[in-house]
Design a protein around this ligand. Structure first.
Ligand code: TRP
Length: 465
């Protein structure tokens, strides 16, 4: 390792870490993805399963992942090396994290680009005065345009890499301390507005009232998979952020707080979106275009709608940016730690790599090879294939091995030393360790049995549609 721990960055304060880690967790996953998968899976019961997945699998693994980083004070590859026997294959999980975060960032940036484009359209009045059909077509046009997708992808990667180039406390922490409060504020404004819409109570009912007839194994799979994605687990991102933590921070409390904030934002996003859906009689099952079609349509019809629409798409952009920063930091910290590169050089190189890697995803709505050709060969567009491989395979796989690594492999003293030495601390430690050793690996293993088709997906209830 070329640089010593003395030159590693550190968070300026516990609050700074919480903002940055929450910024990583709260992203497109909460505001764009969670509402549309909740819509597709019928609401209430899906939400309950998701909450259970966060508490039983997500939170324990978050504690474990942050712990690996803090115990080793190193980026993912070095952290696994440092905590296991020399020459053992555990460092592969570190490499997997670096690869996954880079791959996810490459297509995450495309969706972030859409939010930038929509923020721009709202700002310049490009969405005003359009009727429902025209707004629906706008999404189709954006999705199919190479120029729009590649252009905003470039802008987004440029912004992300400049923040990361600013360093841990000077760049990432400083940006998060602005982005997160701004996001909470915008969210409150939108929630306040949603509250006055006639669709508000039907939306509350849809999101919070479990309906047992609505569930399938596919929905359970999706809920558990999404709980990793939304908490930024299994890519070494929380590990990397944890490596900048001082020894006296309480990992359990902090992880619990991050999980709660992330969950609250996801639920509030539903309470912002679904009132609109129900007020205007739209379909909750609209899929990935849900946010980009429904928000402009609805907001074009209310007073102050243009302002709200600007607010919403900036919110989406802020949420995406603070997540993208964390994804880039995984590879950045690895190159800085292991190659001794300067932060600036690393960020320039990684910006180039992610930009190029994202081009096939940017072209995935444009017809041609990356959409039509890929669909013929793999049954999905390039974009969807990346997303599928990362979230359905790479994340659960690496979360599984992180649970095993911390639960069974690292020396007990290392594990114990990361916990507060109090009575409450000891009880929590036991509960956490038991969950991590048994519940998490078994749950993820069963998930894989369903995902590979070894267990039929129809087992848990109605067949997926
Ligand atoms: N949690 C982010 C979201 O909900 C997405 C994400 C997944 C992520 N893995 C990550 C962000 C790793 C940063 C780092 O949108």
């Amino acid at each position: 390792m070329a640089t010593s721990t003395a030159t590693r960055g550190q968070w300026g304060s516990r609050m700074g870490f919480i903002m940055a880690a929450t910024g990583s967790a709260v992203g497109l996953g909460n505001i764009w993805k969670f509402p549309y998968i909740t819509g597709q899976n019928g609401g209430g019961l899906f939400v309950v399963i998701y909450l259970a997945a966060i508490a039983l699998v997500g939170l324990p693994i978050m504690i474990a992942e942050i712990m690996i980083g803090r115990a080793a004070q190193a980026s993912p590859v070095g952290a696994f090396e440092g905590l296991s026997k020399p020459g053992s294959p555990w460092s592969l999980i570190g490499y997997l994290g670096v690869a996954t975060s880079t791959i996810v960032l490459s297509y995450y940036s495309i969706v972030a680009g859409w939010s930038l484009h929509y923020a721009w359209l709202s700002l310049t009045g490009g969405l005003s005065g359009l009727d429902v059909d025209a707004i629906g077509n706008t999404f189709g046009t954006v999705h199919a345009s190479p120029g729009i997708n590649i252009g905003w992808h470039f802008v987004f990667i440029a912004i992300t890499s400049s923040v990361v180039a600013g360093g841990v406390s000077g760049g990432i922490e400083r940006a998060s301390k602005i982005l997160m409060p701004a996001l909470f504020l915008l969210m409150s404004v939108l929630l306040f507005d949603a509250f006055s819409q006639p669709g508000f109570w039907p939306a509350v009912k849809f999101v919070f009232q479990p309906d047992a007839s609505e569930i399938s194994a596919a929905a359970v799979l999706e809920a558990v998979g999404h709980s990793f994605f939304t908490l930024s687990l299994g890519m070494g991102a929380m590990l990397t952020y944890g490596s900048y933590l001082p020894k006296d921070t309480d990992i359990v409390k902090t992880s619990a707080l991050i999980s709660v904030l992330d969950t609250v934002i996801a639920l509030v996003a539903c309470l912002v979106l679904f009132p609109v859906i129900f007020t205007f009689g739209m379909q909750p099952q609209a899929g990935p275009g849900l946010v980009f079609k429904s928000i402009p349509i609805a907001l074009s019809q209310v007073t102050g709608g243009r302002f709200l629409s600007i607010a919403f798409f900036f919110l989406l952009f802020f949420a995406a940016l603070s997540s993208a920063i964390a994804m880039l930091e995984v590879a950045a910290s690895t190159l800085i730690d292991r190659r001794g590169w300067t932060r600036k050089r690393t960020c320039a190189v990684m910006a180039g790599v992610t930009f190029v890697l994202g081009i096939p995803s940017a072209l995935s709505g444009a017809g041609g090879f990356f959409e039509v050709g890929m669909e013929k060969t793999f049954g999905r567009s390039f974009f969807d294939l990346f997303d599928y491989l990362a979230t359905n395979w790479a994340l659960p796989l690496s979360a599984f091995f992180m649970a095993i690594f911390v639960g069974w492999v690292i020396p007990a003293e290392r594990r114990r030393a990361e916990f507060a030495d109090t009575n409450a601390g000891r009880v929590i430690y036991t509960v956490w360790l038991t969950t991590l050793r048994y519940v998490c690996p078994v749950a993820i293993f069963v998930l894989f049995l369903f995902a590979t088709g070894i267990l039929p997906e129809t087992w848990l209830g109605k067949a997926p549609e």
